[in-house]
Design a binder for this molecule. Structure first.
Ligand code: FAD
Ligand code: EPU
Length: 336
């Protein structure tokens, strides 16, 4: 058995039957294919910042260490080919240092480049999908390397084809980005809009400062970022909420369809969970959407607290929260 505690940022004290680091995909393609065909439990893991192991895992953890970054000039764009095991924030930092704009709002998001397209990472008004030219993956059924264009990845809010038709069927090996040389900074979000004469560097620095003030550092306190997604609701439900909470924060996501996004942090905060604890898990005092492993939490503590919050939000607002975090039990992914 192999400890998983340092392999996922929530840091629960569980173990896996086997952990296999992958440095070259060719060396493991056949074994990956065989375990997929035989239906053996396995998970492909990057840095474990969006995955929580809630029990000992009976399967194999394939840990991604693929490395390599190539920058190419392509007319009025820069193309960047990045092996999927590279660290996301290190890539963002390299781009900022080279004066390449695009990723600065996505600074300090933990994890690997290969996991970024899976939930289409986003922050401060930018989503990675905007810059993805294509995603290359090993098809576990056929052992072919396939290239999928960004347009074919079916990106949405914290969503992509890799969470649906291609879920647990592929190993993402490389992501190819296309960044325009003529870049427009995105500074609409809160504190960013206060920047005088913003630059790529100042947006990057400010995003890092905002994140360090609000979000717990996983190296200090175990967490997996936002535990739930921000729900998208229809106008009639939103009107009902307004009758009790006239100041409810919200963002129109589709005016034609009357779809409104409401911050899950506000829902959880409003009903009083912020800063509270259940078992060893705390609802973070600076950001109610983040659950932390404050005091030797167990998987059961986390699941129980998440369910308590989910039920309380439903009772008060009639909204069913969905968790963003990938929860693993002894064999597979689980949904609350
Ligand atoms: P992992 O947790 O290792 O994997 C995530 C999922 O992808 C798993 O289901 C795994 O099986 C699958 N997977 C991983 N790599 C591959 C691969 N190569 N091929 C196929 N499947 C694979 N996210 C945001 O969008 N915005 C934020 O602002 C943000 N802030 C965060 C802040 C903190 C403090 C933390 C801890 C997390 C935050 N997150 C945020 C979530 C997280 O950083 C992202 O989801 C990130 O992309 C996860 O990368 P990872 O390598 O750690 O993925
Ligand atoms: N709010 C509260 N209480 C809180 C925190 C926030 O009421 O404790 C309300 C405030 O009204 C605030 C609003 O919620 O204006 C939004 O809060 P914030 O800007 O902190 O962002 P978020 O919606 O909670 C999302 C992402 C984050 C991303 C930030 C910044 C999701 C699920 N989360 O959080 O992503 O970094 O926006 O863009 O979409 C992640 O996915 O893991 C993650 C951290």
């Amino acid at each position: 058995m192999h400890s998983l505690e340092s392999l996922h940022t929530f840091g629960l004290p569980y173990r896996a039957k086997q952990v296999i680091p992958i440095h070259q995909i060719d060396e493991h393609a056949q074994t990956l294919h065989e375990s997929y065909q035989q239906g053996c439990p396995f998970i492909i893991l990057g840095e474990g910042s969006n995955t929580v192991f809630t029990e000992d895992y009976i399967g194999v953890v394939w840990q991604n260490h693929l490395r390599g970054i190539v920058f190419n000039e392509q007319g009025d764009h820069i193309q960047i080919q990045v092996a999927s095991g590279e660290n996301w924030h290190a890539l963002v930092t390299q781009c900022v240092q080279r004066g390449i704009g695009g990723f600065e709002n996505l600074a300090l998001i933990p994890g690997t480049v290969g996991a970024a397209p899976i939930q289409n990472i986003g922050a401060y008004g930018v989503e990675v999908a905007q810059f993805i030219e294509s995603v290359e993956y090993l098809d576990l059924a056929t052992q072919q390397i396939i290239t999928l264009t960004g347009a074919a990845c079916e990106f949405g809010y914290r969503d992509s084809i890799f969470k649906h038709a291609l879920k647990d069927k592929v190993f993402i090996t490389q992501v190819n980005f296309l960044l325009p040389k003529q870049h427009t900074l995105v500074t609409q979000y809160g504190e960013l809009s206060a920047l005088m004469s913003p630059t790529i560097q100042s947006v990057y620095d400010t995003v890092i400062a905002i994140r360090q003030a609000k979000l717990p550092d996983p190296a200090q306190i175990g967490n997996a970022g936002s535990f739930f997604k921000n729900p998208v609701i229809d106008t009639s439900l939103f009107k009902q909420i307004l009758t009790h909470y006239p100041d409810a924060p919200h963002y129109m996501v589709n005016a034609e369809q009357g779809l409104i996004k409401i911050p899950a942090a506000w829902l959880i905060d409003t009903i009083g969970f912020k800063g509270t604890m259940q078992g060893g898990v705390q609802c973070h005092p600076q950001q109610a959407l983040v659950l932390t492993n404050l005091q030797d939490a167990t998987g059961q503590d986390l699941i129980a607290f998440a369910q308590t919050i989910k039920q309380a939000v439903y009772a008060e607002f009639n909204i069913a929260l969905e968790h963003e975090v990938q929860l693993m039990d002894a064999r597979q992914r689980v949904t609350l």
